[in-house]
Design a protein around this ligand. Structure first.
Ligand SMILES: Cc1ncc(COP(=O)(O)O)c(C=O)c1O
Length: 507
């Protein structure tokens, strides 16, 4: 049985003690002092020294290391077990990519350095742009956006710039988004100033073409869609969808969060998409972190290149350089050039797999997911709404279990933690009652997949035999059931420690 570490670890500030030091720089020798200057014996000129230390916890190095190691042991991670979070593609991040990104020659460079001293990273960015453009069927990519949602927002800005250049922005204010879409799609469109028009799914879980035709028209700026969609179903009418939107003068945006399913198999550019984002932190196996750092590069077809953010990295035949020659650009969307460490990892991932390896990623992800799906459906009361074949993820409904036992999808997800697995995504997409969205990426072995199936079956059985055990789960984790509403309500959360000495506030 799985048991997570439980440390009752205090805040680091509570470990603080006056005068404790993590690291004391050695006093320089006389000769070093002569070279550096008498003023700079501790490395900082006197004129730049603060008045006293900053109000930070004073702790020794082992205390810091143990504190954060203990906290990490109270967490769940892809390095600990299967993380079947549908839509998020939580796959294992290869250590070779980590080692390359942590090479000091890459890690220590600064974006303000002279271009002549950073030709290597510029070459990498230029090649990554080309790789991703080839993989997606686009013409050029911006590597700046630092998340999928940031890519969507940039995509919407590019749509604005495109319609403005044609003198149609005043009229084209509507962004069409399917009802199965991720919440960031309407949010990004609204932030870019568009009105969101929702188009319903049909009985097969795909965009309802009749409904789409009704809402498309001269007010349409574009359509944002992911394919396969969030139900894991490939939108087989995508060419028809593209035609409907293009005929009306709109643009087609590809939300690449589900690209893992079709990597190396089908290219959004060939499906008729004009603008694409990729979630490198999903498909290209770079770390997700807690809300980042991620990377959501955006690619466009040829005639939209001029709207991409500045600078792109160009090559003049002799050297790589930051290219600011783009009068129609929407401007910058991030400080400097994006999350470079993430871009390096994705570059390493692409090179380590090669074209055949990338194709195998999609094939294995789809196989793994369908293996898990068929085993669960065969042996439990979970249901699979919509009848079409699934790609890299599926959305089960725990509605029947809920009706018969009172146990909810949330309870089942929480119980999974007791079995040493992360919960699937729950209650998304919203068009499925008691939704449980599962993705079993290519990095999982058949033993891991069987463990995942087993967890579903055990939980479904317990719903009948011991529902209270599920409702009060998780039991084996460092933190038990939390108040979900409170936990996601920014006003009631205390996200930072306020130093009572400097701010007069209690922690
Ligand atoms: C379908 C879909 N679109 C967009 C996003 C947004 O991506 P990000 O979390 O990188 O901002 C997600 C994230 O989970 C997603 O699943």
């Amino acid at each position: 049985m799985f048991h997570q570490a439980k440390w009752n670890e205090p805040l680091i500030i509570e470990r603080s003690g006056n005068g404790k030091r993590g690291h004391t720089p050695a006093r320089p020798s006389d000769i070093e002092r002569k070279i550096v200057g008498a003023d700079a014996w501790n490395g900082v000129p006197k004129a730049l020294l603060r008045n006293g230390p900053p109000p930070l916890p004073e702790v020794s190095e082992p205390e810091v290391v143990r504190h954060y190691t203990r906290l990490s042991q109270e967490n769940f991670a892809v390095d600990l077990g299967i993380y079947p979070l549908g839509s998020c593609t939580m796959k294992y991040n290869p250590k070779v990519s980590e080692a390359i990104a942590q090479n000091p020659k890459l890690e220590k460079i600064h974006p303000e350095q002279d271009e002549s001293t950073v030709q290597g990273i510029l070459a990498l960015m230029h090649r990554l742009d080309q790789f991703l453009a080839e993989i997606t069927g686009m013409s050029r990519m911006s590597l700046q956006p630092v998340a999928g949602a940031a890519g969507e927002y940039l995509g919407a800005l590019i749509m604005r710039a495109y319609h403005r250049s044609k003198g149609e922005l005043g009229e084209r204010r509507e962004m069409i988004i399917p009802d199965s879409a991720h919440g960031t799609n309407p949010a990004s469109a609204a932030m870019a100033g568009f009105n969101v028009v929702v188009v319903p799914s049909n009985d097969d879980g795909m965009v309802d073409l009749g409904a789409l035709r009704k809402v498309v028209g001269p007010r349409t700026a574009g359509l944002m869609i992911t394919n396969p969609n969030t139900l894991g179903i490939f939108e087989k009418n995508v060419l028809e969808i593209a035609k409907i939107v293009h005929d009306a003068g709109g643009l087609l945006y590809y939300d690449g969060a589900n690209f893992n399913a079709i990597l190396g198999k089908v290219r959004p550019g060939d499906m008729g998409f004009d603008i694409v984002h990729l979630n490198l932190h999903k498909t290209f196996a770079t770390p997700h972190g807690g809300g980042g750092p991620g990377a959501g590069p955006v690619g466009v077809r040829k005639d939209l290149e001029k709207f991409l953010p500045v600078p792109l990295v160009s090559f003049d035949g002799k050297k790589y350089f930051f290219d600011y020659d783009a009068p129609d650009s929407v401007g910058k969307v991030t400080a400097f050039h994006g999350n470079i460490g993430v871009l390096v990892r994705a570059y390493a991932y692409i090179l380590s797999l090669g074209p055949d390896g990338l194709k195998a990623v999609a094939e294995t992800a789809v196989l793994n997911t369908n293996y898990v799906l068929s085993k669960i459906l065969e042996q439990s009361k979970f249901e699979l709404p919509f009848s079409r074949k699934r790609k890299h993820e599926f959305v089960l409904s725990a509605k029947r279990i809920n009706e018969q036992t009172g146990v909810r999808a949330l309870d089942i997800g929480k119980r999974m933690l007791d079995f040493g697995l992360h919960s699937p995504t729950v209650y998304f997409p919203q068009i499925v009652d008691e939704a449980m969205m599962v993705e079993a990426p290519e990095t999982e072995s058949i033993r891991d997949l069987d463990e995942l199936v087993e967890a579903f079956l055990k939980a479904a059985k317990e719903a009948e035999t011991d529902p209270e055990r599920l409702r009060s789960s998780p039991h084996n984790t460092s933190v038990g059931r939390i108040d979900e509403v409170k936990a996601s309500h920014p006003k009631t959360l205390t996200l930072k420690w306020n130093n009572p000495k400097t701010r007069g506030q209690t922690p």
